[in-house]
Design a binder for this molecule. Sequence first.
Ligand code: SAM
Length: 218
Amino acid sequence: MSEGWKAVDDYIAGKLLGDDAALAAALANNKVQSLPPIDVSATQGKMLSLLAQVAGARRILEVGTLGGYSTIWLARALPEDGALVTLEIESEHARVARENLERAGVSAKVDIRVGPARDSLAAMTDAAPFDFVFIDADKQNNAHYVAEAIRLGRSGTVVVVDNVVREGGVLDADSGDPRIDGTRALFDMLSAEPRLDATAVQTVGAKKWDGFVLARVR
Ligand code: SAM
């Protein structure tokens, strides 16, 4: 990783984000409890929170909770009566997330559903329509998750999918990496999906060279 990318992320965070005890405590707790450090960065978390607010989101769906770092950012974007459903396959991750959400004071707004996200989505009869969907779990299922976001959304729902550049790996049709194959399948799906208006933006920073899809349900 370029040293400069991380330094600029730190500069932006220092200028625009400030210190945040609850978020710092969540990352520290994740580390103590041996969760992998694959949460979004602070600047990305703030971007998600701002996007959810710009969308006027009252109901948010997240696929991939980990320790709830991005969940905290998103839950903070909600109004008092807002709600967030987050899906996580690992019960241990969900347990740590519950601790972090409680400490951050947002647990009353958040419903963590444990199990394979495909199953949780298929069984979801409540909570929809969602105004904002953040997808950040197993990349193999990204196209399916976006299709579910459309089904559980409405016209105007905003969909963000993380990690869609993978240090340029997205260009490699023969990688044999299921995460890259899943990402390429996502782009194939998006390019053929008339119900979505979508773009993808490359990013560099503390999380190296990557990017996200931003889409809106027509
Ligand atoms: N969004 C989190 C954040 O920024 O703080 C990071 C999520 S992490 C990149 C991906 C999470 O998705 C992991 O906790 C992993 O256990 C979970 N996951 C992987 N496959 C899943 C599946 N099939 N269903 C639900 N969750 C899954």
